[in-house]
Write a protein that binds this ligand. Sequence first.
Ligand code: SF4
Ligand code: MG
Length: 323
Amino acid sequence: LLEVKHLKKYFPLKGSKVDYLKAVDDVSFTVNEGEVLGIVGESGCGKSTMGKTLIQLLTPTDGEILLNGENIATLSHKKVRQKRRDMQIIFQDPFASLNPRMKVFKIIEEPLVNFGIGTKEERKQRVYEVAAQVGLTQKQLERYPHEFSGGQRQRIGIARALVTNPKLIVADEPVSALDVSIQSQVLNIMKDLKKEMNLTYIFISHDLSVVHHFCDRIGVMYLGKIVEVADKHELFNNPKHPYTKALLSALPKSHPSKEKERIVLRGDVPNPANPPSGCTFHTRCPNCMEICKVTPPTLKSISEKHDHDVSCLLYEEKMERKL
Ligand code: SF4
Ligand code: MG
């Protein structure tokens, strides 16, 4: 359904024409129809920027975004609008993303109006339909967002994202702002809708347990790059990248995939405006070799069967021969 090739999103740094913050730096992956691809990483690793770039809320600096084979990164404005109907986003903070002065009905209807879909009556029916799917009554639609709880607001956000009948949903930390007790409710709604509407999700989160519960395949991001991607069981049972291993080791003790020993990474995430040379993880990597400081690894397949790719010099063929 979606194929992303060498996607880059650079932001020019203030007062400099030559320096860029490489928020998303040469990211490639595919998402199959009906799949849930999780993207995990610490805050500031570029996951949200990637999500926004995918659905064209931000213009990519370089690279291709192929939706059903068509590169939406280079489409004309008009055509992008049509494609945008097929890709929608759910944001982390449902409250900040809902217009406080609009009634919920209008909020959910808005994408239909923007895309010029349906007559007034048809739009009304569609709003009622999708509201019912997320568990909102017609009476509730006449209220304002501040009258709802966090979980209900996220239902509104989901209804708005689904009203145009999209194929692909980018969900950016959709439950992170919610109480744990509400999280599973919202995730279950998303799961049910996926089945009913034959949706495909890209699920962005910093929370490995949530991703483990919800996703089929998982990509791990560090400083704007995907460092490892594999189907979820493979990633949890057979992690290869030192960063993935460290993330997994920080899971709560009760988690079945918990590594025996906690791997504590030294230092903080480096400033993405000034990333380390070579492998950008080398300043924190417990397995760092001399060559890692100068040679950047590339994402390479290590198992076709499990769709397992990793970007680490420990696994590059040439390296193995040298070692
Ligand atoms: Fe660590 Fe080197 Fe692999 Fe980077 S390339 S993750 S520094 S071992
Ligand atoms: Mg974010």
